[in-house]
Design a protein around this ligand. Structure first.
Ligand SMILES: Cc1cc2nc3c(=O)[nH]c(=O)nc-3n(C[C@H](O)[C@H](O)[C@H](O)COP(=O)(O)OP(=O)(O)OC[C@H]3O[C@@H](n4cnc5c(N)ncnc54)[C@H](O)[C@@H]3O)c2cc1C
Length: 496
């Protein structure tokens, strides 16, 4: 008995020494960091955070200093990898009481303009907060209960194990739940189900005062709609309930080539006007140079034949491609369905391409390209004149384009064979069906402003940098007006 007591006493003593040393280490590192508010350092040290907080230069600080864009760089003083929602709550409470401590949540760091950075502040590495629970209910009401730092690809894997799947996606799905839900989350399914933010039943949010709260369209709706698409400014998303629907076995992917911009947009609109069964589940489009640089990137497979003699001599310097995908289950006559839909379309006959894959491989289709890019980086490792694809500044951005947008605007560099700008196949009325208050307000603003909201830019040339800058500044104006309008609405609601 005496032995047990001594062992317990020793354990307690070692715990006390450990806690005192850890607090001392955290405090010491914090006060010698660029954090200006040293009182905050004391509170951070005393907060007993469960997850590690790193102040010393190393991989986590380096990673949090940059993002996918590689254009904006802001070094934080520290990175916290929370082990619980409580860690985030404690940190936000400390920052809330501090005159100058800033915090930013970071998912997979795929933002392109420094949105997940905090100069001399603390970056919260959300990827340490993961977990998925699939909740199956009757009547098509199943959902995934997901932690904010989880990646969408893992939600897909978990849901498919129960024959289910989220229904609204981004093209690239190695992104975090909190990262896309604080933006919008758009892809070819958006025309049917709205962006990802329109497919959320409930959020768990740590608000600006550090409180942990659940909100939905019925409970604290203002917080719910502000946080969805709120660019991380209304709270940190620590959990979300994502609507699920039936999953499918296969995906029949198609590309239809047009030489004429008017036919291209006309057909896109036909395709997105079918929102019920019998329509493509995914509709997007892209633009490509009408020359030897552009043609090979149109067929899905690298060695496939592209018969350019089918392009009419009257065609211009660009070609326009509709991408459309139909989901199906084994045993379904998918070709008949595709034929029924496509017989009405005005693409160049003979220039239609098909790739049949599993449903999972379709949704994860950008991943092989990313692996190829990384392999390309390794090849160029020793050549100082070639910049790594990962490191080179780039600007990927998915935004809306107006229906009546001039053709010239979407055309980037006419000589290059890469996808310049991807245009979403829908018009503003259809996109901004008022599924949420935010969308409703944003939709109104965009109509009023007749703003140019550019879509995905994947090319790294001066032209696309300029186009990107133009889009960004226009979008900033729209968002500034939007937040002014939201604050005004909130002020009026408070007065009521
Ligand atoms: C190659 C590539 C392809 C892309 N494809 C698409 C696409 O098809 N469709 C599309 O819609 N978008 C696309 N994007 C954009 C992407 O959806 C956004 O940049 C998204 O925010 C990235 O998620 P992330 O997890 O990397 O977030 P981060 O880049 O880490 O963070 C982005 C923003 O979200 C905030 N944030 C992060 N986590 C949270 C959280 N838990 N709570 C609150 N705020 C948080 C950050 O503070 C920051 O403001 C693409 C980006 C790249 C680089």
């Amino acid at each position: 008995m005496g032995c047990v007591r001594s062992a317990m006493a020793l354990w307690w003593l070692s715990m006390i020494i450990f806690i005192v040393r850890t607090r001392g280490d955290i405090y010491g590192h914090c006060i010698s960091s660029p954090i200006v508010d040293k009182n905050a350092c004391k509170k951070i040290a005393e907060a007993n955070l469960e997850g590690p907080i790193v102040f010393t230069s190393g991989p986590s600080i380096t990673e949090a200093s940059s993002d996918f864009g590689g254009i904006v760089k802001n070094k934080p003083a520290a990175v916290l990898s929370p082990a619980s929602v409580g860690d985030i709550s404690k940190l936000i409470k400390i920052a809330n009481e501090s005159p100058n401590l800033t915090i930013a949540a970071r998912g997979n760091g795929h933002a392109v303009a420094g949105q997940s950075q905090a100069l001399n502040g603390i970056v919260v590495n959300m990827t340490s907060l993961r977990g998925i629970q699939i909740v199956q209910k009757g009547g098509g009401e199943s959902y995934a209960d997901v932690k904010g730092g989880e990646f969408w690809v893992n939600v897909l894997r978990a849901a498919q194990a129960s024959g289910l799947s989220p229904r609204s996606w981004t093209d690239y799905i190695d992104l975090s739940i909190g990262g896309t839900l604080s933006n919008a989350g758009i892809s070819g399914q958006t025309y049917r189900y709205g962006p990802q933010i329109s497919n959320v039943l409930q959020l768990e949010v740590v608000t600006g005062n550090g409180n942990v709260t659940n909100c939905s369209s019925e409970d604290q709706a203002d917080l719910f709609y502000s946080t969805l698409g709120g660019l991380g400014q209304f709270g940190i998303i620590t959990g979300a309930q994502i609507v699920l629907q039936k999953s499918f076995d296969r995906a029949s992917q198609w590309r239809f080539v047009y030489w004429n911009f008017t036919d291209f947009t006309h057909d896109q609109e036909i395709l997105i006007s079918f929102t019920q069964g019998g329509a493509f589940d995914y509709v997007e489009g892209f633009v490509i140079a009408n020359n030897k640089n552009g043609w090979p990137s149109i067929p899905f497979l690298p060695n496939a034949t592209f018969n350019s003699s089918l392009i009419p001599p009257t065609a211009g310097v660009m070609l326009y491609i509709i991408e459309a995908t139909l989901y199906y289950d084994e045993g379904t006559n998918v070709n008949q369905t595709v034929q029924n839909i496509s017989s009405e379309l005005g693409f160049i006959r003979g220039l239609e391409f098909n790739l049949d894959t599993s449903y999972f491989d379709f949704l994860y289709r950008v991943h092989p390209q990313e692996l190829a890019d990384r392999a390309n980086d390794d090849e160029h490792e020793d050549q100082s004149d070639i910049r790594s694809v990962e490191e080179a500044p780039s600007m990927n951005s998915n935004q809306y384009v107006q229906k009546n947008h001039p053709e010239e605007w979407i055309i980037g560099d006419k000589n290059e064979g890469v996808h310049t700008i991807r245009r979403l196949a829908r018009n503003d009325e259809q996109v901004f069906v008022a599924r949420s208050k935010l969308e409703e307000q944003l939709g109104e603003l965009i109509k009023e402003e007749r703003s140019d909201l550019c879509t995905r830019l994947s090319k790294k040339t001066a032209e696309t940098f300029m186009a990107f800058d133009k889009c960004r500044s226009t979008n900033r104006v729209v968002f500034a007006k939007l937040s002014k309008r939201v604050s005004e609405a909130m002020r009026l609601a408070e007065l009521d």
